[in-house]
Structures are given as C-alpha cells and as structure tokens.
Write a protein that binds this ligand. Structure first.
Ligand code: HPA
Length: 276
C-alpha cells in the first residue's frame, strides 16, 4: 500500500521534474534565516515558489522566502530551498522534511544546510561561522512512524551525521580565504521561544556549542536517504546565561547578523561545491 507521505513526495517531485531542463540536481542546499541571498546568486535559475508546488507547505518564518531554486552554482547543478519549514510553525516533522525526500527523489547526493544559531560556547562571537560537526536533537525525530523502506532503513546509523571529507574541504577553503571557522555541536530545540538562562547553562553542560530551531530534522532525513551532509551555522547572538543579563534575543537582530555574515558563507559554500 502506498502511504500518503509517499504520494505527496511523488506528486511534488513529478511537478519539479517538469521544470528541469534535462540535467537533475546532485547537490541540495537549504538556506536559513538571512542566508537566502545565496539563492539570488544561482545562475540559469528556475525559481519555483513553494505555493506552486503541489504537496509543499508554505514558509511563514521571519527572514525566510519561500522558493525552490534550480540552476547552476559553483559549476554544478543544484536545487536550493530559499526558506525552510520549521516545527514551531506547526508543521509535522513529515512536512518539515518533505523537501529533503523530494530532493532525494530528484537525485540529490549531497546536502548543504545552513542556519542562524545562538552561540552557547563562550569562545564564540557574533558573526562567527560554525561548521556543524555533530548535533543533539530535541525536536521529535522525523523518522517516527512506519519506515519508508524505499528511502532507507528502520534504524539509521548516526555515528557520523556530518561528512568528514566535506568538513576537511570546507576548512581548507576557509584557510585559503583567511577566514577563521568555529566547529561545534548544534543543538536543535523546538522554539519558538528563545532559551532561558537555565536552558542555556543546561545545553552547554550537555555538550552543545550552538542552539537553534531547525536543521536537525532535515539532516536526519537526509542521512536516512543516504545523502551526505555538510552544515554551517552563523552565530547571530550570544545566548544569555544569566537572568541579570541586560541583553535580550530579538529575531530581527538574528536576521540582520545572518545577513552580515552571508557573504563569507557564500564564499565557503561556493568553494565547497566546486570541490564536490
Ligand atoms: N536560539 C535559538 N535559535 C536561534 C538563536 C537562539 O539564540 N539565534 C538564532 N536562532
């Protein structure tokens, strides 16, 4: 029996295939808050608004556009999500991750994910870029439910969710450009509240370096599909670990800081795609 999830993925993928001019994309990119401008640099672009794609949800978050962009970037055929879906918007984890299964159906073998995140690590500064080397998931696991055997196995290994080879390549590119990159563990919680100071101290204690409200569901589903993953966070704010702090978290500031760091991120992602 074909389940409803499979049907929805197939309908969306079939629609997108009608917009491809022959060559299928092998690289997928998910652009987080403020980082959508990478999407504007894609050449020979076909822009498909999410609202045109049957089966796709609509994105509602601040600083996120809602377009799928197919074209050439760093010399490769790519499919990019300009804006993603978040669990806090009320979408099920199936819907949050549907575009990743669609990308897999289109032939994507490597996924590059980006996000804006709060810095938990006290050595981090606003504007730093952090390579995601591992994650902690505090959002319900998107693989809960009957396993979609056509994509992958019931109990996927998660020993190396982020590809070593891609991390090494990105580090070499950053060295060449003279950029300092941080590397750390990204913790995903549901949001939409920012963290309390006690949560900030707790997340630090369990080994997280940065915190956000996205990315990990997409990464889990990509790994389930056998897609290699590279992840980059922009540290847009330093998490407040004391209720005496004068600072507050503000989503407009998050988008502004992500925008400032976007050019560096674009340079690294361009270099990386050229080397894949
Ligand atoms: N917490 C959660 N998500 C975020 C943050 C944060 O501090 N900054 C950007 N996204």
């Amino acid at each position: 029996m074909i389940d409803e999830r499979t049907e929805r993925i197939r309908i969306a993928a079939d629609y997108i295939k009608t917009k491809l001019d022959g060559e299928s994309p092998s690289i997928g990119i998910v652009l987080g808050s403020g980082l959508g401008k990478l999407g504007d640099k894609i050449e020979d672009a076909t822009v498909i608004p999410y609202k045109e794609i049957p089966g796709f949800p609509l994105s509602t978050a601040t600083g996120h556009k809602g377009n799928l962009i197919i074209g050439r970037f760093g010399g490769k055929k790519v499919v990019a999500m300009q804006g993603r879906f978040h669990y806090y918007e009320g979408y099920s984890t199936d819907l949050v991750t549907l575009p990743i299964r669609v990308m897999s159906s289109l032939g994507v073998k490597v996924l590059i994910v980006s996000n804006a995140a709060g810095g938990l690590n006290q050595d981090f500064h606003i504007g730093d870029l952090m390579i995601i080397k591992d994650h902690i998931n505090l959002i319900p696991n998107p693989l809960i439910g009957p396993n979609m055997e056509q994509f992958g196995e019931r109990f996927p290994d998660m020993t190396r969710p982020y590809d070593f080879d891609l991390i090494e390549k990105a580090e070499a590119i950053a060295r060449g450009l003279g950029y300092k990159l941080q590397k750390g563990v990204y913790l995903a919680n549901t949001g939409p509240t920012y963290e309390t100071p006690a949560e900030v101290r707790f997340y630090r204690m369990i080994g997280a370096d940065a915190v956000g409200m996205s990315t990990v569901p997409e990464v889990i589903v990509a790994r389930h599909c056998g897609i290699k993953v590279f992840g980059l966070s922009v540290i847009t704010n330093c998490s407040n670990d004391s209720t005496r702090s004068e600072a507050v978290n503000d989503s407009e500031d998050v988008v502004k800081q992500a925008d400032i760091a976007a050019d560096k991120m674009i340079a690294i992602v361009t270099g990386l795609i050229k080397k894949i």
